[in-house]
Design a protein. Structure first.
Length: 331
């Protein structure tokens, strides 16, 4: 399994000296497919690798550096646009990690800018962003109405000059989902950075990552999310961290997601060298489903998790109506 070999190298970079050409091909393909190539490149920065591999990793480190600069600049642009509102602006996911200087941000691929703002100020935030040059990505009336009524974020926006997207969250899971995290508490316990932007507390960062991995999707690309969790837990793991983490997870109704994320982290990353990794678990098998070319495998298992993701997001009747409308619009 190429994804399993990628995991082993992320955990123990010294294993790079034992790899042949075929193993490197499989690992690099898996890393690219899982959006972990930059993270792997940073982990291998001080290790000897073949010249061809070194070239790929050097390019990945450069791309990650450029992406980091772009992400930080986009966060600053959002801060300037929303500063007159006087509201807390909380960075989420990759931009939060690099802004806070966390190990989870080292080499991380960063796509959209994700922010969390108070729900009662969404209209003001939306107006300010539109005036600052962001535009709607989804002009479709049904999609727009669905986002505004049921989702945890506004419809996505893209800046007309910089071509960068922003996702404005008012909570961390869709309103149709069974858990209902306390968004006000997420903001209240967030930490302020030197530039005035905020990030979630360490415990809430892990809660959010676990929710994103296990309560809001089909685990596609989930290996990167689990690597985020591994890095965060490893960095924050003082004596009382796990206890505080479980307290916060209970507050947000996400105890099951957090407990499962911690078990998966143990199975996939921590026990990689012990010989006890339980890769036969459905979740771990889904996360590691890549062949030697980085292509997804286990189609039936992936379909099961696809169905699961929709089941988690909304009740059956609502799901049936939503899928019927989307099918009619596509046909």
């Amino acid at each position: 399994m190429s994804a399993a070999a990628l995991v082993a190298l992320l955990v123990e970079p010294s294993g790079a000296s034992d790899l042949d050409t075929g193993a490197w091909k499989a690992i690099l393909c898996a890393a690219r497919a899982e959006r972990l190539l930059g993270s792997l490149a940073c982990r291998l920065n001080n290790f000897d690798v073949p010249d061809g591999v070194a070239s790929v990793l050097n390019s990945a480190r450069l791309d990650a550096k450029i992406g980091r600069t772009a992400a930080l600049w986009e966060a600053e642009m959002a801060r300037r646009a929303l500063a007159p509102l006087g509201i807390p602006l909380v960075l989420l996911k990759g931009t939060a990690y690099v802004s806070a200087g966390l190990s989870a941000g080292h080499g991380r691929t960063i796509g959209d800018l994700d922010i969390l703002v108070p729900r009662d100020r969404l209209v003001d935030v939306e107006t300010a962003l539109l005036e600052a040059g962001w535009e709607w990505v989804k002009p479709d009336a049904y999609d727009d109405a669905y986002y505004r009524r049921w989702m945890h974020e506004l419809p996505p926006l893209i800046h007309r000059d910089r071509d960068r997207m922003i996702d404005v969250h008012h909570t961390i899971l869709p309103l149709t989902a069974r858990p209902h995290p306390d968004a006000e508490e997420l903001i209240a316990q967030s930490l302020t950075l030197e530039n005035g932007l905020r990030v979630l507390s360490p415990e809430d960062m892990v809660v959010h990552a676990a929710a994103h991995l296990l309560a809001d999707g089909d685990l596609g690309g989930g290996l990167r999310n689990l690597w985020d969790i591994d890095c965060l837990v490893g960095e924050f793991s003082d004596k009382g961290f796990v206890r505080r983490l479980r307290d916060r997870a209970k507050l947000h109704g996400l105890s099951k997601a957090v407990d499962l994320a911690l078990r998966l982290r143990q199975d996939v990353f921590v026990e990689v060298d012990s010989g006890h990794r339980r890769v036969n678990s459905f979740y771990a098998a889904r996360l590691l489903a890549r062949d030697g070319w980085g292509r997804p495998t286990r189609p039936l298992l992936r379909f099961v998790f696809y169905v699961r993701s929709h089941w988690l997001r909304m009740p059956p009747l609502m799901l049936a109506r939503h899928l019927w409308i989307k099918w009619r619009k596509a046909s």
